[in-house]
Design a binder for this molecule. Structure first.
Ligand code: GLY
Length: 360
């Protein structure tokens, strides 16, 4: 079949790479490998991203996490397997973590509760202001930029053709660019937050959720970054610190609904530095290598939209905070849809038909 994938973030690239073994695939994006995926923290964290009421998302994320080792091996990239620490600063933060721990324990998840002293035994650079926390061994992390480069080159090697142009609209069997139309058997809309403008069914289903991140680098004589990913609640404000190769530390992320504004704000940088310093005081000696903002693709129920919008038009968007995590299972599901097979059962919750049910 001739398939056009619209969008070259982690979802579009993964889908195109996966489909290219069986189909003639073209990917359209003016700047593949950029967008929200380029800015991401890289956590593959269904357990520490979850919250009571989001059981379907936890199950979907966990199924995708199971595919990640093989997915990464197929791309020739490595995963960060040290696990995640979740830290609480004040009493209200600790109470929040208790709610999370109870929820996870009830779902049979592997979580250890630790005192502040026990956390510092594991990560000695954590501040004395951290009073308690959780140890979550299962969550993984990936270098998002290494991932995007690997996906791009693997997709190219598998025969995916790249068209570096913006897309105006997607219709049955046609993708409209500025002056030309690409004809296809199946179009896959995987353009993240921009998907809303490409098909009428997505107009209010997907929307941008801005996130700012910082990249810090430990300078000589500074304390080293933590070995684990550290997530924290700092007086009810969430922050995460993800170690990378080369003494780098990604600090994220703010979260606002601000339309398509993707400018980094002074307030966003100040907040992230303040929360990060509360948890890891040693970061004040780090270099500030980069400030960046991306637009996540939010959806009304925080679940992605994966499935048919109409015959010949699939959507794979709305992954919100979980695009990297959900890339393998999304690619598997889209491949199944295109081939006329049943997608993995856990993906049923992402059926875009639920949008119609809600409005009717
Ligand atoms: N996955 C973390 C974030 O969206 O900030």
């Amino acid at each position: 079949m001739k398939v056009v994938v619209v969008g070259g973030g982690v979802i579009g690239l993964s889908v195109a790479w996966r489909l290219a073994t069986e189909h003639d695939v073209t990917l359209v994006d003016p700047a593949p490998g950029r967008g929200a995926s380029w800015v991401a923290g890289g956590m593959l964290a269904p357990v520490t991203e979850s919250w009571p009421g989001e059981e379907d998302l936890l199950d979907l994320g966990s199924a995708s996490l199971d595919s990640w080792p093989a997915f990464a091996a197929g791309l020739g990239i490595s995963l960060h397997t040290a696990g995640t620490i979740v830290a609480a600063v004040d009493a209200a933060d600790a109470a929040q973590l208790d709610v999370l721990a109870d929820f996870l324990a009830a779902r049979g998840r592997d979580v250890d509760r630790l005192t502040g002293r026990e956390l510092r035994r594991v990560e000695p650079t954590i501040s004395f202001r951290v009073r308690s926390g959780l140890m979550v061994p299962g969550d993984l992390a990936v270098d998002n930029r290494e991932l995007l480069r690997a996906l791009h080159s693997s997709a190219e090697a598998a025969g995916v053709g790249f068209v570096r142009e913006p897309v105006r609209a997607v219709r049955r069997e046609a993708v409209d660019l500025g002056g030309t139309t690409l004809r296809c058997d199946v179009a896959v809309i995987a353009a993240g937050a921009w998907s809303s403008g490409l098909h009428p069914a997505l107009a209010s289903a997907v929307y941008p959720v801005k996130g700012e991140i910082l990249r810090l680098r430990a300078r000589p004589n500074a304390l080293p970054p933590p070995a684990h990913t550290v997530r924290a609640l700092v007086e009810s404000r969430p922050v995460y610190l993800v170690p990378r190769e080369g003494d780098e530390l990604v600090v994220g992320a703010t979260q606002y609904e601000a339309g398509f504004d993707d400018e980094v704000t002074a307030g966003g940088v100040r907040d992230l530095l303040m929360y990060a310093e509360t948890v890891l005081p040693g970061i004040t000696e780090y270099g500030l290598a980069e400030c960046a903002a991306g637009l996540r693709a939010g959806s009304r129920d925080n679940l992605p939209l994966i499935g048919w919008l109409e015959p010949g038009v699939l959507v794979a968007a709305g992954h919100h905070r979980n695009g990297l995590l959900l890339a393998p299972i999304t690619a598997d599901a889209v491949a199944a849809f295109v081939s006329g097979a049943a997608p993995p059962p856990v993906v049923r919750v992402a059926d875009p038909a639920r949008l119609k049910q809600r409005t009717s």
